[in-house]
Design a protein around this ligand. Structure first.
Ligand SMILES: [Zn+2]
Length: 273
């Protein structure tokens, strides 16, 4: 049986041991997303400075790929606007982030990564930073559209209104909406279907059951961060396999699991298992 976690980070704490744990619990496929520049000890002043981050991340994904099937998602975390902005100014920070997204697109074109990551801050920021963040996210839509890949979004907490606003931006950029993934999504998968954005449901509490009760248009993730200061945050690497097995145990069928862990993933990310 294929079990996929489509948003996990490994960088410092358990590293490949987290992937071993995922595998032992029944996990087979994982999408690994790079973290912030500071997590890699990089202090980017230009877009190309992200090369070091992407290279380090992709090397880690290659190692993980010896254990399970692992794919690289690369991009720029929206909180970089604050981190870089304080050092080089917010306008310049946005430019560096957009250049880094162009670079991420090149890695996708070369087949070294399958998707891009972007978004906008989940914490409150000034009007200026908010507008610049939207500009960066819009650019990410354009890059993903041009290289024909999925885009994972890290954004503010879900509301119907803000997900509709994001969908409007995506439409303006002419990217296919199902390729735009709201990472850390709540199980409101019917609303996501109406709006068109694809939900990667955070496998917290009963979210997996709530989502599966509504339908099958979703994927599951842990957002495992691999941070020694916060071990097991957001959710541990075994969570998605455990929750998928629970779905089967309580009466959901294998067809649902195949849709969530295989078909949806293949469609959204353009990969073939
Ligand atoms: Zn994450």
């Amino acid at each position: 049986m294929i079990i996929t976690d489509d948003h996990m980070h490994i960088y410092k704490h358990l590293r490949l041991k987290a992937i071993e744990e995922f595998k032992r619990a029944g996990g087979t496929h994982v999408f690994l997303v790079n973290l912030l520049s500071k997590n890699y000890g990089v202090n980017p002043k230009r877009g190309e400075d992200f090369k070091e981050i992407f290279e380090k991340h992709i090397k880690m994904v290659e190692e993980a790929n010896e254990i399970v099937t692992a794919y690289a998602v690369i991009g720029v975390h929206p909180a970089e606007i604050t981190i870089l902005g304080e050092r080089i100014g917010y306008r310049k920070a946005a430019e560096v982030m957009m250049d880094a997204l162009d670079l991420a697109g090149k890695y996708v074109e070369e087949g070294k990564a399958v998707a891009i990551k972007s978004g906008r801050p989940h914490y409150s920021v000034s009007r200026e930073v908010w507008d610049l963040s939207n500009e960066v996210m819009f650019h990410a839509f354009e890059v993903a559209r041009d290289v024909n890949c999925a885009l994972q979004l890290h954004t503010e907490s879900y509301s119907r209104k803000n997900i509709e606003e994001i969908a409007e931006m995506a439409k303006k950029a002419k990217i296919k909406l199902y390729r735009v993934v709201k990472h850390f999504a709540p199980p409101k998968i019917d609303e996501f279907e109406e709006v068109g954005i694809f939900p990667s449901v955070i496998a917290m509490g009963d979210n997996h059951i709530k989502a599966a009760t509504i339908g099958d248009r979703f994927t599951l993730e842990t957002d495992y961060i691999d941070d020694p200061a916060r071990p097991g945050a957001v959710l541990g690497p075994k969570t998605v396999p455990k929750k998928v097995k629970e779905l089967l145990r309580i009466g959901f069928d294998e067809k649902l699991v195949e849709k969530v862990c295989v078909k949806n993933v293949e469609k959204v990310y353009g990969v073939e298992f």
